[in-house]
Design a protein. Structure first.
Length: 153
């Protein structure tokens, strides 16, 4: 016995329609028609001024963190330039190479430290914002996609 694919689809569609119609036209034990309950919860109203404050606070914190990172990285470059100038003035190859290596190691540690500090401050600013957005009955999801851009600076 073969059943065509069209018959299976048609049967499924008819059964689905009957189930939907049956549930929409349900009756209680006394014969009264049952309907879906009306939504009782009103939509939440976002406190726009509160959200604006939360966004401004987040942006100020991120800007401050970036400024601190920039200052730290700039100082690391200045120190690296000074350390390398001193290293290249050393006449013994072994001592010079050690000094160059130390200059780069110090620079790398400073740059990594600045990035980690910035990232931690950035994450804290976003966490505070999400908490504030909830208190404002708003949503942080509209801005959340942009959080990654801040981390890549």
């Amino acid at each position: 016995m073969t059943v065509s694919f069209k018959k299976i689809i048609a049967g499924t569609m008819i059964a689905g329609t009957l189930l939907a119609a049956g549930s929409a036209l349900a009756e209680d034990a006394t014969g009264n028609m049952l309907t879906a309950p009306a939504p009782t919860a009103a939509r939440k109203t976002v406190d726009i001024a509160c959200m604006a404050t939360a966004v401004a606070t987040r942006e100020a914190a991120i800007s401050s963190a970036f400024s601190a990172k920039s200052t730290a990285v700039s100082a690391a470059f200045t120190k690296r330039a000074s350390d390398l100038a001193v290293a290249w003035a050393i006449t013994t190859a072994k001592d010079r190479n050690a000094a160059i290596k130390a200059a780069w190691k110090t620079f790398n540690a400073s740059a990594v430290g600045a990035r980690k500090t910035y990232r931690a401050a950035n994450l804290a600013a976003w966490k505070t914002f999400r908490t504030g957005a909830k208190a404002c009955r708003g949503s942080a999801s509209q801005d959340a996609a942009a959080q990654g851009m801040d981390n890549n600076l």
